[in-house]
Design a protein around this ligand. Structure first.
Ligand code: ADP
Length: 652
């Protein structure tokens, strides 16, 4: 058997030392007999420290001195052994190496040792690890990934692929990758394009088993080696359903925003273009925005923004408006309310306010949209219309009264005149026939004189009474007709002043009849001063006229405010009026006891007409034998102007 130390020649030595793999030669007794430089570099030891040592001493592994020892494997007849090792070297670093062992034969073919070719496998292991990582990344990717060979046969699919296509691995591999590209007849062109260009991207739709549709993005890329030769095709499929939905809703939102943006300006101009006032309040009822109409309605209020809506509402109506606003904010209810507003110049405005909850895109309440309409004119028109229909009603009633007067009151004196005229004609005929008898003059005179003195004189007296009755009826009618046509001159009236003037004109009668007259403090009212003066003159005149002569006489005049009205009363403790006549006494020429007192039965009728033209009311509370109390109610404030308009219309 030859010795392993005989190994060597110059060429061998050069090759031995220049190789980049670490090489060591070991004899049959495990002695390291030769190592190259690469070996020393690989393990960080000197040649002297390696040579002469047992192989398991210099670099020991778990296989050393076992049957797995490569030397033993070779001695046992194998002509090649290979193993992977991880060695802890002196400086603490770990080295992975791959060892390839071959036998060394002598010239007789006997094994004299082994030659071990050791490669550093750190890079190799790193690549393997990286591949492992990449594979696990592929496997765990949420994108479906398929690898196919250049013929399109699938060689790998990950779990997401199976989930996406709802199949098992067998089904997945049964189809070529081109089928998954969803390109139908164009699949071969896509493959050609891929080979030429290296990658393409497209989109498709998968119909799932539950019939829902998923949008997918397909990215196919060609994998090439370092020499640019194609190796395989990798296709990744990404479910973009949700992404597309988000994108679409984003586009929709952007489009909506793009549309909404000009709309905000449009809404502002519309808000400003409308005549009605619009304000927007926050949840505390503070105005955050208003339009030009708001300024036109309320006037140029300084700093209207930030003010409470209540600042524009009349004190009496604030509570109602607050209640509606709370209902709007707390319960989301829309509502309308009629109320009085106050303009910047203090003018009272009749308003119709619509309150609507304002919500943001997420349906959260953000404030109130307040639409305000100035209905002053409208209300005036309604009042005027009401007034006109009242007027019409009263005119009809008057007409009926007029017919009654013409058919009854005027007729009876006419019938009297007719009757007495006939009588008069008879008496004249009687006188004529006495004269025609050609009797003695003294006899004629004696018979004519009683006719002239008694009959004719009485008849003429009755005729004259009837004529004056007709005259008084006609002048009464004229008075009422004039009153109806007179234009009202509405002004604020100081009623205390007016009443003291009225009382002054009756002072003599009051003193003479020893009447105890009390006049309270009277609130102001709006009206035609002359006509209101006539009203209270008539009432005081009646109160004096219909007092009970057998009682201590008392008259009380009072006044007060109640709601939106001013009220006055004239109370006496006179003869009173039975309930059944308490309405009739206001009719024209109606008198309860015509012979007991002087009068034309027009006083109360005139009062009622005047008061109604002032949009007011008159009524009486009375008890026969105890006294009467006449009440007058007039609207507070200037709404009486409608009566002016009404009277102008009525008399146009
Ligand atoms: P006149 O007093 O001229 O009769 P009015 O129209 O003023 O006419 O009154 C109508 C009728 O109403 C009177 O005739 C009278 O019968 C009754 N009347 C009016 N005022 C009173 C009063 N204060 N007390 C009792 N009766 C009254």
């Amino acid at each position: 058997m030859g010795s392993i130390t005989e190994l060597g020649c110059l060429e061998f030595e050069q090759i031995f030392q220049s190789t980049t793999n670490g090489i060591r030669i070991i004899d049959r007794d495990y002695n390291v007999v030769k190592v190259n430089k690469a070996y020393c570099n690989l393990f960080g030891i000197s040649e002297n420290n390696a040579i002469g040592k047992k192989c398991y001493e210099s670099i020991g592994t778990s296989m050393c001195q076992t049957t797995d020892c490569p030397l033993n494997v070779i001695l046992n007849g194998e002509n090649h052994a290979e193993y992977d090792m991880e060695i802890n070297i002196n400086n603490g670093t770990k080295i992975n190496y791959k060892s390839s062992v071959h036998p060394i034969y002598d010239s007789d073919g006997e094994i004299i040792g082994i030659i071990e070719d050791i490669r550093d496998t750190i890079e190799y292991m790193r690549v393997v690890d990286e591949l492992k990582i990449r594979e696990s990344v592929l496997a765990s990717s949420i994108n479906a990934i398929a690898v196919a060979d250049l013929e399109g046969r699938l060689t790998y699919v990950n779990r997401s692929f199976l989930n996406m296509w709802e199949c098992d691995i067998g089904e997945a591999f049964s189809k070529p990758i081109t089928d998954y590209w969803q390109m139908g007849n164009s699949a071969s062109e896509a493959l050609e394009y891929l080979i030429k260009k290296g990658k393409w991207i497209s989109e498709g739709i998968i119909e799932r088993k539950d019939q829902s549709l998923s949008n997918i993005q397909i990215l196919a890329s060609m994998v090439i080696d370092e020499n640019d030769n194609p190796i395989c095709i990798v296709t990744s499929f990404m479910d973009i359903t949700e992404l597309r939905r988000i994108k679409e809703s984003k586009i929709r939102a952007q489009t909506a925003l793009a549309i909404a943006k000009p709309n905000i300006d449009t809404i502002k101009s519309i808000m400003d273009a409308v005549v009605i006032a619009i304000a927007i309040t926050d949840l505390d009822g503070k105005i955050t925005r208003h339009n030009k109409g708001f300024v036109e309605t309320f006037g140029p209020y300084p700093n209207a923004i930030g003010k409470s809506l209540n600042d524009f509402i009349s004190e009496n109506d604030i509570a109602d408006v607050i209640e509606r606003m709370n209902d709007c904010i707390n319960n989301g209810h829309s509502s309308s309310i009629e109320c009085a507003g106050v303009a910047q110049n203090g003018r009272k405005i009749e308003l119709l306010i619509d309150l609507t909850p304002m919500k943001d895109s997420r349906d959260n309440l953000t404030g109130i949209i307040v639409v305000i309409r100035d209905i002053t004119e409208q209300k005036l028109a309604v009042e005027t219309q009401k007034h006109l229909s009242n007027e019409l009603m009263h005119k009809n009633k008057e007409l009926e009264e007029l017919i009654r007067i013409v058919s009854h009151d005027l007729r009876s004196p006419l019938v009297n005149i007719q009757g007495f005229s006939n009588e008069l004609a008879n008496s004249c005929n009687q006188i004529k026939s006495i004269i025609n008898e050609k009797s003695e003059v003294s006899d004629i005179i004696g018979r004519i004189l009683p006719i002239l003195n008694d009959d004719i004189s009485d008849m003429l007296k009755y005729i004259l009474v009837s004529v004056s009755k007709i005259d008084s009826l006609l002048s009464g009618l004229l008075k009422i007709s004039r009153l109806g046509r007179a234009i009202l001159n509405i002004n604020e009236i100081n009623m205390n002043e007016l009443m003291s003037n009225v009382v002054y004109t009756f002072e003599f009668q009051i003193k003479q009849a020893e009447i105890n007259l009390e006049v309270g403090d009277l609130p102001i009212c709006y009206g035609d001063e002359n006509q209101i003066n006539q009203v209270f003159s008539n009432l005081l005149s009646n109160a004096i006229k219909y007092l009970d002569p057998n009682k201590e006489k008392k008259i009380i005049i009072s006044g007060w405010e109640e709601g939106g009205h001013v009220k006055y009363s004239v109370e006496d403790n006179g003869i009173g009026i039975a309930p059944e006549y308490q309405e009739k006494i206001f009719d024209m020429f109606y008198r309860l006891n015509p012979t007991a007192t002087v009068g034309d039965g027009l006083g109360l009728n005139i009062i009622r007409k005047v008061i109604e033209r002032h949009n007011g009311k008159i009524w009486v509370k009375s008890e026969q034998g105890k006294g009467s109390k006449f009440f007058i109610s007039l609207p507070k404030g200037r709404s009486l102007e409608s009566a002016n308009i009404a009277s102008l219309i009525a008399n146009a």
